[in-house]
Design a binder for this molecule. Sequence first.
Ligand code: BMA
Length: 385
Amino acid sequence: MFNENSWTMKKSCFVVAAFVSLFSISCNSPKNNETPEKSFRTVETEKLLNNLINIPSQGYLYGHHDDPVYGVGWSYEPNRSDVKDVCGDYPGLMTFDLGHIELGDSVNLDGVPFDLIRKETVNQYKRGGVISYSWHLNNPLTGGDSWDVSDSTVVASILKGGTNHEKFLTWLDKLSAFLNSLVTEDGVKVPIIFRPWHEHTGSWFWWGEKLCTVDQYKALWTLTTDCLKAKGVDNVLFAYSPGSEANGVKEKYLERYPGDDLVDILGLDMYCYGDPKDPLTLSNYKQGLSLNLGMVCEIASEHGKVAALTETGFESIPVAEWWTSAFQAVCDSLPIAYAQTWRNAHDKPGHFYGPYPGHPSSEEFIKFYNSPKSLFVNDLKNLYK
Ligand code: BMA
């Protein structure tokens, strides 16, 4: 889909990108206190954004976390995927996590090698699919993990003027270097949807609601996006993904929204919990998801953004119809670009959210796969052109 306006914009973006790299602005030593240009992106990244905006007219991509690197009962087998083993096709969206890239480690917090994430990212791009990254980074103050909420001054400590600011800049440098290293054999930088500081409306991560102020949370976004851009990261779209705490109230959803200039995709992380035997479990999930995702779609349309269900699932999928009568039923009814379920752990029994061969819900998943709106890799035309 050629768009003259965006091409004109892109040409001027190239000029800005060339300027930025010429003077090699560093996160650690910003020149003249200038804010880096906020809108430059590669051609492929810009095309992906335009195509994601149009996707809801056809349906929505199905996404699965860590899909090609492990599944229930296996790990690290080339070309394998639980989703593909069930339905014959790869998910339209694959997601990975960059937790521990900030430490300079070779594997992420779940033991997945970063080299493998890079390789599978390029593979998914080459097959025409989409890739998104979350970042469960460590706690820079305590040395604990993302879930270490023992200290409520962590965000303050990494912002400008804080005791951990310089340290955090080195973390952003490592993140930027990885994002810049996602290049195909032909030299194309692979576009990524990056989803930092997620589920901040809860208080289970050190950047959560009770752990920092509204202004500090927004400053965290500005710092992150400015640094990435100053480091020449031009292959990223940014996704904002609160939990369901807003409960349908737009002002609450937008309370910590960092702004239209920093965010491309408005998301929602919302899971299904409860007794599988209780019919209310599915109906409550459906009702909550319709309310919250419906609200996200409305806000996205008002702000000219893409809407997406950035994380969902029912752990162990104990009700087979969850796929069709809950997840699909709601997603089919709303203009979202994608909906992703969490990982199929190979090392944590019962911790899976996608299908796998032999699981009782597989047949329902195949019905979902065969439904017209669910988009898998073979359904996708080139999203990067
Ligand atoms: C959580 C769980 C953890 C995992 C973390 C980061 O939801 O799946 O086991 O370590 O995500 O991927």
